[in-house]
Ligand binder design. Structure first.
Ligand code: 4AD
Ligand code: MG
Length: 462
């Protein structure tokens, strides 16, 4: 049975017989023997293999082994004389599965730009950086489930197809029920896709929150973790058309409880990833952004800043600098404003609360003055908004009024209003943009490089 390279690097002992499988990163031919470095994706470092010319089929194997070729090696572990590695494999047998023609294989031993790598999305996961990103992404997902499971939250699966626009922003992708069985493949691009889903307008979900609220009214504490979709045509380094969101929803909880949970949650994820992926995090710090480790430290050990939107506006007006977008009570914060607060002023995650009613969604709880709602956004350096959440409106009459005010039809939300009719409680939740988290943690400049298959305007290749 083949062993994972990460385990061998950590605990492998000289004289152990091992088999490894993976892809060749580098090959160095010497007189009478060759070195190859084999990587199986389990860690940044590969395992060095020394192949002596006495190994059966040596000449042929060495000819076929080049960067990118797939290989299985059996042999024994021996102490390594090479720098930076404790052990290596002395090969007894080498089997080449597939060659990678050096004339055409695009990933050669040099640094490629991320723009170039996006053009070869099917191969880029084999690079050091994208490998580290996807291992950290996995570690974040694991830490998220662990955090909620440890506290008794139920993971609920909310639908991708929906009839309601949770955010009321109209940024939905419409779904068609067109049956393409009768249409030849070659003609499928010409078809009229405007027909809706079996006669009822249906969309890809922008958020699982409304359904999570349903489940929280039965299980108290729940969370969702799944893909969400936004038909916003923003070609920025922080927006995707398809992204993953984590949305906890807690019954018997107010905005303070919501903020406390969000802060503990982010701290837990960073702590966990630092413990499970130290090499990858050090790599990001050395090669991508030299503030990555300091940022992790800052998240884990510093209390987040908390201030109201009204105070944030005052801070921005007194910043002594001009922003591209106007700063005025009642206008939404732009990412330059968010970054000023978190990056320059407070230099740590900053929670802004109590936004103007006018600029927020219908479900947020109205404050007594009716000018603001009990909303909170968590802003972080370099990214801006990473979490958006609120206490929800639990009063039937107020919610009905807010739905009408926003030009929506209460009849479409009868089931949501029922939750306020039967056993309503104060409740709250938030949504974490999963890719923004991974981007923030790794220091990667573009959100398209932290999701294996980015979907943004004009980027859907396969
Ligand atoms: O602030 P948003 O729109 O909030 C909601 O959807 C609420 N229903 C969440 C809740 O209370 N349960 O989105 C939440 C987060 C944002 O803070 C941001 O991190 C991320 O989702 N996000 C995006 N990430 C990538 N690409 C996009 N186009 C995003 N839009 C939002
Ligand atoms: Mg938001």
């Amino acid at each position: 049975m083949a062993r994972r390279i990460v385990e061998l690097l950590r605990t492998g002992q000289p004289d152990e017989s091992v088999t490894i499988q993976g892809w060749v990163r580098t090959k160095r031919e010497q007189k009478g023997f060759s070195f190859i470095e084999v990587n199986d994706g389990s860690s940044m470092a590969g395992l060095q293999v020394v192949i002596n010319q006495t190994v059966p089929g040596y000449e042929e194997a060495i000819k076929r082994l080049s960067t990118g070729a797939s290989v299985e090696v059996s042999g024994v572990l021996v102490p390594s004389l090479g720098k930076g590695q404790r052990i290596e494999v002395k090969a007894d047998s080498v089997a080449v599965f597939g060659e990678a023609d050096p004339e055409t294989y695009p990933l050669q031993k040099k640094r490629h730009s991320f723009e170039f790598l996006r053009e070869i999305g099917h191969l880029r996961s084999r690079t050091n950086t994208l490998g580290a990103v996807f291992r950290v992404r996995n570690a974040c997902a694991t830490a998220i489930h662990q955090f909620f499971q440890d506290q008794g939250f139920l993971w609920v699966h909310t639908p991708v197809l929906t009839a309601s626009d949770c955010e009321g922003a109209g940024e939905m992708f419409a779904v068609t029920s067109l049956n393409l069985k009768q249409v030849p493949m070659t003609a499928q691009k010409e078809v009229d896709y405007s027909k809706d889903f079996f006669g009822k307008p249906t969309y890809l979900t922008v958020s699982g929150q409304l359904e999570a609220e349903i489940m929280a009214m039965a299980f108290s504490n729940v969370y969702t973790f799944g893909p969400t979709f936004r038909a916003e045509n923003s070609n920025t380094s922080r927006h995707l058309a398809e992204f993953w969101m984590v949305e906890p929803e807690m019954a018997f909880c107010d905005l303070e409880g919501d903020m406390d949970l969000a802060e503990a949650f982010l701290k837990h994820i960073f702590k966990q990833v630092m413990a499970t992926c130290p090499e990858d995090m050090e790599f990001f710090n050395a090669r991508i952004d030299n503030s990555v480790l300091a940022t992790a430290e800052n998240i884990i050990n510093t209390e987040f800043e908390r201030l109201t939107y009204t105070d944030a506006i005052a801070q921005l007006q007194n910043a002594g600098k001009t922003f591209e977008y106007p700063v005025e009570w009642g206008l939404d914060l732009q990412s330059e404003h968010e970054r000023y607060l978190a990056e320059e002023l407070f230099k740590k995650p900053t929670i802004v609360t109590d936004y103007p009613t006018e600029i927020k969604a219908f479900y947020m709880r109205l404050s007594d003055d009716e000018q603001t709602v009990r909303a909170m956004d968590i802003l972080v350096p370099k990214i801006g908004e990473i979490i958006g959440g609120s206490q929800r409106e639990e009063r039937l009459d107020v919610l009905e009024r807010r739905i009408r005010q926003q030009g929506l039809d209460p009849a479409d939300y009868w089931w949501y209003l029922d939750l306020r009719r039967y056993g309503t409680v104060p409740h709250a939740g938030f949504g974490l943009g999963f890719e923004r988290l991974v981007q923030f943690m790794t220091g990667m400049g573009n959100i398209r490089d932290v999701i294996p298959f980015p979907r943004a305007p004009l980027s859907v290749e396969f």
